[in-house]
Design a protein around this ligand. Structure first.
Ligand code: ZN
Ligand code: ZN
Length: 345
């Protein structure tokens, strides 16, 4: 009896493998697999579907120092259905596209400062959200200087816009929606949008001025994005009582080792210079203790840890429970709760 069952199961497995090989090697089989694979890939990831509470999706966690699998600084914040971006570093539009972010709901982009690793993907987000059906122009908020950035990018991409419209038609891509609009938002100003309040605050990223961070408060939940910033009383104030703080962070032992390894080359000075304008990992315990922030997550990693040893050293002196974030990571802050749910990609 047992022998017959084993024989039957073995026969069934051989049949399944034979059918599988047949499907894999036939055009019709490949087309069938392709249709299902593409449909699955187009689905929005779990965690972005429910338009409730505050949510954060990380579309870029790196700094100018490159690392495989990491785009430069970009944080997407969902307040209900509305989507906001803070910064748009190189590669982040691809991470957003792969994460199936609903860019048709993009309300605005907020710039913390105008270093290239925070603005390079603005034109791509503008194009992708235009194609997705955003019903009004992409507004870019920022401190003084934002108009110059937006005007320059609009000029540089004017020909691209004309080609897109010529190819796909004005009905699909109305030309007026393909041009970005700048809105000045000085430090310490507040933007109220129904249940959402966005506050900008000054940070220290000297010699880069202006430089700001942003706080989003929505239905009792809050997220603070530091931008590039050392730990200052202003940052502590802005983060006070927040549920989630996304913080720029630099590991001094790692950067010093890079400086040492570059001795005699042009990079030696660069690795020395960058040490004074990002928050050091050793300063973050004080930041958490004084602000009472519920969850600290590090992004804009200087340098992004590329292996277990780097990560171990990056983690030195960090407050317990700190998350070293990754591209595609989602934080959910449901309304009426103090939970911070972390979804790792
Ligand atoms: Zn930066
Ligand atoms: Zn910067």
């Amino acid at each position: 009896m047992m022998k017959n069952v084993v024989k039957f199961l073995a026969g069934l497995s051989i049949l399944a493998i034979t059918i599988g090989i047949g499907v894999w090697n036939s055009r019709a089989g490949q087309d069938w697999l392709l249709e299902h694979a593409v449909a699955a890939a187009m689905k929005r990831p779990a965690g972005l579907g429910e338009p409730e509470g505050l949510k954060v999706f990380l579309c870029g966690t790196s700094s100018p120092l490159p690392a495989p699998g990491r785009a430069q600084a970009c944080v997407a914040v969902f307040a209900g259905k509305s989507l906001y971006l803070v910064d748009a570093g190189a590669g982040s539009a691809q991470v957003a596209a792969l994460g199936r972010l609903p860019l048709e709901h993009l309300e605005a982009v907020f710039l913390t400062h105008f270093h290239s690793d925070h603005i390079a993907a603005l034109p791509e987000f503008n194009l992708n959200s235009w194609v997705a059906g955003r019903p009004k122009p992409m507004v870019v908020f920022g401190p003084p200087g934002v108009a110059e950035i937006v005007e320059g990018l609009n000029d540089a991409y004017r020909l691209d816009l004309t080609y897109r419209v010529a190819h796909h038609g004005e009905e699909l891509l109305p030309p007026s929606l393909g041009v970005m609009e700048a809105e000045l938002m000085e430090a310490d100003t507040v933007l109220d949008r129904e249940d959402l309040t966005i506050t900008s605050f000054q940070v220290n990223h000297d010699p880069v001025r202006p430089a700001v961070g942003y706080r989003f408060d929505y239905r009792g939940r809050s997220v603070v994005i530091s931008g590039d910033a050392t730990v200052t009383p202003g940052l502590i104030d802005a983060a006070t009582g927040a549920d989630l703080l996304l913080q720029d962070s630099l590991s001094l032992p790692l950067v010093k080792s890079l400086e040492k390894a570059s001795a005699g080359s042009r990079m030696e000075k660069i690795f020395f210079d960058i040490q004074d304008y990002h928050a050091h990992t050793g300063d973050l315990s004080g930041l958490v203790a004084k602000s009472g922030v519920r969850q600290l997550a590090l992004y804009h990693l200087v340098p992004p840890p590329r292996n277990a040893l780097f990560e171990k050293i990056f983690s030195r002196d960090l407050p317990e429970g700190t998350i070293i974030s990754q591209d595609g990571m989602i934080f959910e802050l449901p309304t009426g709760s103090d939970e911070v749910i972390v979804i790792t990609p």
